[in-house]
Structures are given as C-alpha cells and as structure tokens.
Design a protein around this ligand. Structure first.
Ligand SMILES: CC(C)(COP(=O)(O)OP(=O)(O)OC[C@H]1O[C@@H](n2cnc3c(N)ncnc32)[C@H](O)[C@@H]1OP(=O)(O)O)[C@@H](O)C(=O)NCCC(=O)NCCS
Length: 179
C-alpha cells in the first residue's frame, strides 16, 4: 500500500476541519473497539472521540503538539501519531509520543513503522533529543517501539485498564536522539 505521512499544519489545525476530526475519530474508535488501551473505555461514543480530536487540533494550532497522519493515495486517513512538545520549563529538550494508532484495515504493512520514522524526524525538527512514551506491556506496540530503537525504562503492573475493564501493565520507554 502506498501511503503518505503528513504533518497537520498549525493553520489546518486552527481551522479544526470537521472532516479531519471525523477521520481521526474513525481510526480511534476502530482501535478501541479492537481492544487497544489508549485512554478510552468501551463503548467509545463518537461525540467523545470527536471532542478528543478537537482538543488535539487546538493543541496543534497552539504549537503544543505535532499531529502526524498516514493517508492512502485516495486521501483516507489510516493512521496517526502525536509528538507532545509543551512540557515544563526544565524539559525543553524533551517530548512525549502519544496516540500511535493504525486502523485495523491497514495493519502489518509498515504504516506504524513509517509514522515512527516521521515522528523522529519531527522531534529532530523541533529540537527535541529525549522522547518518552508508555505502552501496554507485551502488546503489539511494544515490539514496534523496540524495533524503532526505543529502550525500556521500566514496567508498572496494573497501571491502566484495557477497554473492557481488565487491568494491564504499562511499559515506560525512552529514546535518545542525536543532537
Ligand atoms: C501497534 C500498531 C500501531 C502497529 O501498527 P502497524 O501499522 O500494524 O505496525 P507495523 O506494520 O509497522 O508493524 C506491525 C507488524 O507487522 C509486521 N510487518 C510490517 N510490514 C509488513 C509487511 N509488509 N508484511 C508483513 N508483515 C509486516 C511488522 O514486522 C510487525 O510485526 P510484529 O507483529 O511481529 O511486531 C497497531 O497495531 C495499532 O494501532 N494498535 C492499536 C493501538 C495501539 O495499541 N497503539 C499503541 C499505543 S502506545
């Protein structure tokens, strides 16, 4: 599958394009319905997903986060990831990675690997050298991050819930980028 990774510009985010929020909600709802532990529980109402993405777009418009999307040649959004850059004053060199999501229709074709490469590039452009994320211990995403050169900092048992309410452990990871 031919895909393009695109950074949503601050202007585009400022316009808070309804179609963009709908498309990102499609991906988020699909992931949660597929059992991904990404902050939300089942059932995930569309209104809640849309409110989440509107907030993300507001943050991108304020340059507090970078929003990347993966889209097909037909411009369908099938994946996304964020670089959260607005952190405390004593961490100007650091960013968090959040909401790495690929629609189930598009998995196991390297979309997430491409998003990870693009988010590294975005971090470099933003002058960030220390990246941090957390993910379900033993999940598909943990393997993805290890392949992308991330290191495990530690595991917190029972840190979060799966969408169906079961406890899950969380692995905290970091990646040091060259200056
Ligand atoms: C984790 C997630 C983002 C991975 O997305 P993806 O696009 O399928 O990831 P990739 O295609 O880069 O890699 C997935 C697997 O496919 C394999 N793969 C990649 N390209 C392939 C290809 N062309 N042919 C066959 N396999 C391929 C990878 O080696 C990897 O194998 P693994 O399962 O043994 O680790 C996706 O499963 C997802 O969205 N999950 C739900 C949300 C979630 O949990 N996000 C993480 C939040 S921290």
């Amino acid at each position: 599958m031919s895909i393009t990774i695109r950074r949503i510009s601050a202007n585009e985010a400022r316009e808070r394009d309804a179609a963009l929020a709908e498309a990102l909600s499609d991906v988020l709802i699909d992931c949660v319905e597929g059992g991904a532990s990404v902050s939300f529980m089942l059932p995930l109402p569309r209104t809640k997903a849309l409110a989440f993405w509107r907030g993300v777009l507001e943050g991108a418009a304020r340059h507090e986060r970078v929003l990347l999307v993966a889209q097909t040649a037909e411009s369908r959004i099938i994946g996304t990831v964020q670089l959260i850059t607005a952190l405390p004053d004593n961490q100007p060199h650091r960013a968090d990675i959040a909401k790495m999501l690929v629609h189930r229709d598009a998995r196991r074709q390297g979309v997430a690997a491409q998003l990870m490469a693009a988010v590294d590039q975005a971090a470099h452009e933003e002058g960030k050298t220390v990246l941090v994320l957390d993910t379900v211990t033993g999940g598909d995403a943990e393997r993805l991050y290890l392949r992308a050169g991330w290191q495990v900092a530690g595991v917190v048992p029972n840190y979060a819930l799966m969408p169906d309410g079961a406890y899950c452990g969380t692995t905290f990871m970091h990646k040091q980028l060259a200056v």
